[in-house]
Design a protein around this ligand. Structure first.
Ligand code: DAH
Length: 343
């Protein structure tokens, strides 16, 4: 039986390792170690042997079985690799430039973000740096240091969101002027973009909106500098347009003005114009020369330095730029609206 086993093993090894196909390999597996296979039947016959012989033969037979299974497995993986290589060799070339099966949608910038970015880039070109300040602010920075008296209507609980006096949500970006000036000696040339909050809600007002503040302080800064900067800014945003400075009042500037831009729709004619309500002009912000009291609050000497400041609402600018009627549509997150301004 021993020689017989040696023979079976060497024959199995020969056949298996040269099996040309998986089918042939399977046939050999069944032949040797299948339920009725050669080796399996010999295992069954063990019980007929005398006990001492049975042990020795059992071990030997098992050894043969393990060896045969090993070569079967080896040949199996050789044939699999061969199959794969053939498949790859015969497959059409893989076109890596084909578009994917699934598309992912890419987000885009919100129109307000776009306008703010544009604004910032224009101002950076003429040397303005960007400053920021907290949205949760103190009464002192939002009002007091900006020369805004106790009885001023903006201080009213109904206009300003108070967290708990003197803590509030800033109602404009002007407090950043104070923080910047307290931090640095003149000269100063900065803009402060950010969110501001007011208790307001209609077609042209929302409780949270965006402003950009501008501030320039040095010796001999005049209203002419303010006009020059605003003309440059408007030219960058809308193309060159006439501006009008209408006398106005802000506690933190003196003199103060409202800045109007010639209407982009009727070009100033005012004829039947819905955009400018037939006035020929569009208000785009407030401005003025920094009030001496504001300088005193931050420790600047109003006899030595002068400066201008301005503030603009970004939603207003975006509405004019893109012809949007209702400010609320910026915040309804309707993609059909927002996608029109993506790039
Ligand atoms: N802070 C003002 C507002 O929110 C806008 C403004 C007006 C800012 C005049 C200024 C300025 O810096 O000089 O209505």
């Amino acid at each position: 039986m021993n020689e017989n086993l040696d023979h079976i093993l060497s024959e199995a090894k020969n056949h298996v390792s040269s099996a040309p196909t998986k089918e042939e390999l399977e046939r050999l597996r069944v032949h040797y170690v299948g339920k009725k296979g050669v080796i399996t039947s010999l295992l069954h016959q063990l019980k007929d042997l005398p006990a001492e012989k049975r042990k020795e033969m059992g071990a030997r037979l098992n050894d043969v079985k393990v060896n045969v299974e090993k070569v079967l497995k080896l040949r199996q993986s050789e044939l699999s690799r061969k199959d794969l290589e053939e498949q790859l060799a015969n497959a059409p070339a893989l076109d890596l430039t084909l578009p994917g099966q699934y598309s992912t949608s890419t987000g885009s910038l919100h129109p307000i973000t776009r306008v703010m970015e544009e604004f910032i880039q224009i101002m950076k070109r003429i040397g303005f740096s960007v400053a920021t300040g907290p949205e949760v602010e103190l009464d002192y920075y939002n009002f007091e240091a900006l020369n805004t008296p106790e009885h001023h209507p903006a201080r009213d609980m109904q206009d300003t969101f108070y967290i708990e006096p003197p803590i509030l949500l800033r109602s404009h970006t002007s407090p950043v002027q104070i923080r910047a000036m307290k931090n640095k000696k003149p000269p100063l040339q900065l803009i402060a973009p950010g969110k501001v909050y007011r208790a307001d809600y209609d077609m042209t007002h929302v409780p949270m909106f965006h402003q950009i503040e501008g501030l320039m302080v040095d010796e001999h800064i005049s209203f002419a500098d303010l006009k020059g900067v605003l003309h440059y800014l408007v030219k960058g945003l809308f193309g060159a347009r006439p501006l009008r400075f209408r006398p106005s009042y802000f506690p933190f500037t003196e003199p103060s003005a409202e800045v109007d831009m010639q209407c982009i729709s009727c070009r100033g004619s005012g004829r039947d114009c819905r955009v400018c309500k037939s006035t020929g002009w569009l208000e785009i912000g407030g401005c003025g020369m920094v009030h001496p009291n504001v300088f005193r609050h931050v420790g600047y000497d109003p006899d030595k330095v002068s400066g201008f400041a301005f503030g603009m609402g970004m939603e207003r600018i975006a509405m004019l730029k893109y012809g949007i009627d209702d400010i609320r549509s910026f915040f309804e997150n309707d993609l059909r609206m927002l996608e029109q301004f993506s790039c």
